[in-house]
Structure formats: structure tokens, C-alpha cells
Design a binder for this molecule. Structure first.
Ligand SMILES: [Zn+2]
Ligand SMILES: [Zn+2]
Length: 282
């Protein structure tokens, strides 16, 4: 009797799994239909400087991708700097977005002052602003503080970042389960909708890398490389079908539910362009 019950449960489980799988596949097909071809790179664009190989879904599945486990499945966010009330609010919304985008629990720490970063990991840039050394923040700073149950740990800095002394600046940097991004260049504008649109774009891009997704050349996508704010502004807060499949497969999305939640987020924050794109995907 016990064997019979067990096998019925197993069948039910398999039936549920395949149903969810097919629901996801319907969404994947729809997303693929809505994928937009990448435009020819203009001078100054990311692809005019960087030869990207791309990464198919099959290649992703064969790679050593980062995957949450029973004991390591939380995304931690640590704001570093003195943020004003509006900036703190934007960081909270960003944390909410990450929870929906990656289908994982997100814990956001209270901000810490950047006096915690030693002076040899700071510099005054050629354009006269103080910058923090992104590579130092990743390792040893975040690495030393990585919580036991963290699948990803990302810092958001108020100040500008540089990856290494020869570079002018960087929007963000990520390796394995550690990441850092700066709001400095994203929030130069008084338009808070645009600021939020940029924040969620840069952070989900960096965190996409943290879950082993490479730069995308398949279609217009949040995982496309970007050289400038102008280029970033042209990109959508949307995963193309290839990148969606990778994260959906790895992070066990219910793609319909996820897109519905993303749509609500876009509606609440009046992110009109992204709202329209996601409505079509649904
Ligand atoms: Zn990137
Ligand atoms: Zn993509």
C-alpha cells in the first residue's frame, strides 16, 4: 500500500512538474516572438570595442553555473555611503525588484558609511570626484562578510567606482557570488522614474552575471554589454528568450507568475516602456 501511495505521489509530482514546464515553454515561445534583433553597433557602443561570443541555453546548461541550494539561497544587498531619503527609497524598491526578477528572497542591510573602506582603496579621479575601488569591495571586503546562507551578495555604493587604476570608472562589477554597483552616475538626474529604471537595469545585469549568464548578443536584452549611460538607457528591463530560459531553468521560475509580478512592479512605478514589453511577453 505504501509503495502504491508513493508511486501515486511521484506521478502527481511528475505531472505537476511537466505542467509547470509546459506553461514556461509557452511563455518562452512568446518571449522569443517578441525578441528584437540587436541593432548594428554604433561607434562607442560596447560591441564596437568588445568581441562577444555569446552563450546559448545549451552552453549555459553545460557550464559551471552558480545555483542556489537548500542552505544558500538568499540575495543580500549592502548599501555603502550616506544616502538621502529618496535614494534609500529607491534602494528598497530595487531590493523588491530583485526578489521578483530572480525569484529569490532578498535581505537588504541598513547602509554603512564608506569610512569602512580603507584609504588605499579610494582615489580622487581625474574629474575630481572620490571613487571607491570596486575590486577591493568584491574581495576582500564582501568576501569576508559573505553570510552563510547567501547565494549572492551585492553592495550598492553612493560614490563612483573604478575597477582598476587604468580605468576611468565602472557602473558595476561582479564575480561569482559577489557584486558591486554604484548609484553615482545613475542618479545624476532628478527624474526618479528614470533613476529607478537605471538602478534595476544595472543591478539585474550584474546579478545575471553572478548567476553565470554571459553578455547577450542574441537579441536586445538587459544582459547586453554597455559602455555608456546612453547605451544603457536604450536597453530594456527585459530578458530575451535565451537569457530568460537560462535563469528560469536555473532558478526554477514560474514564468507566468514572475512576469505578472514584474508587470505590477512596472505599473506601480510607471516604467511605461518596460510595462509594454512585458505585457507583450505575457
Ligand atoms: Zn556585464
Ligand atoms: Zn539575452
Amino acid at each position: 500500500m505504501k509503495i502504491l501511495i508513493n508511486s501515486i505521489m511521484l506521478l502527481l509530482l511528475l505531472a505537476c512538474k511537466s505542467k509547470e514546464q509546459s506553461v514556461n515553454e509557452v511563455i518562452w515561445d512568446n518571449v522569443q516572438k517578441n525578441d528584437q534583433k540587436m541593432p548594428t553597433p554604433q561607434t562607442g557602443d560596447w560591441l564596437s570595442y568588445h568581441k562577444e561570443k555569446g552563450q546559448t541555453f545549451e552552453q549555459y546548461k553545460k557550464s559551471k553555473y552558480v545555483q542556489p541550494t537548500k542552505n544558500r539561497n538568499i540575495i543580500y544587498v549592502l548599501p555603502i555611503g550616506n544616502f538621502d531619503a529618496k535614494q534609500n527609497e529607491l534602494i528598497q524598491y530595487t531590493a523588491e525588484y530583485l526578489e521578483i526578477f530572480f525569484n529569490l528572497k532578498v535581505k537588504c542591510y541598513k547602509p554603512v558609511s564608506d569610512s569602512i573602506i580603507p584609504s588605499n582603496a579610494k582615489r580622487i579621479s581625474t574629474f575630481d570626484v572620490e571613487q571607491l575601488w570596486a575590486s577591493y569591495i568584491l574581495n576582500p571586503f564582501l568576501k569576508k562578510r559573505l553570510p552563510e546562507d547567501a547565494i549572492a551578495f551585492i553592495a550598492i555604493t553612493e560614490k563612483d567606482l573604478y575597477p582598476e587604476p587604468s580605468w576611468n570608472f565602472v557602473f558595476g562589477l561582479a564575480t561569482d557570488n559577489l557584486g558591486v554597483m554604484s548609484i553615482f552616475r545613475l542618479l545624476e538626474n532628478e527624474n526618479y522614474t528614470l533613476c529607478l529604471e537605471r538602478l534595476i537595469k544595472v543591478i539585474s545585469h550584474e546579478m545575471g552575471h553572478m548567476f553565470s549568464v554571459s553578455h547577450c548578443i542574441n537579441a536586445v536584452c538587459v544582459m547586453n554589454g554597455s559602455n555608456t549611460m546612453e547605451e544603457t538607457d536604450k536597453q530594456p528591463n527585459r530578458l530575451c528568450s535565451d537569457c530568460l530560459k537560462k535563469l528560469s531553468w536555473n532558478l526554477k521560475f514560474n514564468d507566468r507568475k514572475r512576469l505578472e509580478r514584474l508587470l505590477k512592479f512596472m505599473e506601480k512605478h510607471q516604467l511605461k516602456k518596460d510595462y509594454e514589453l512585458i505585457s507583450k511577453d505575457l
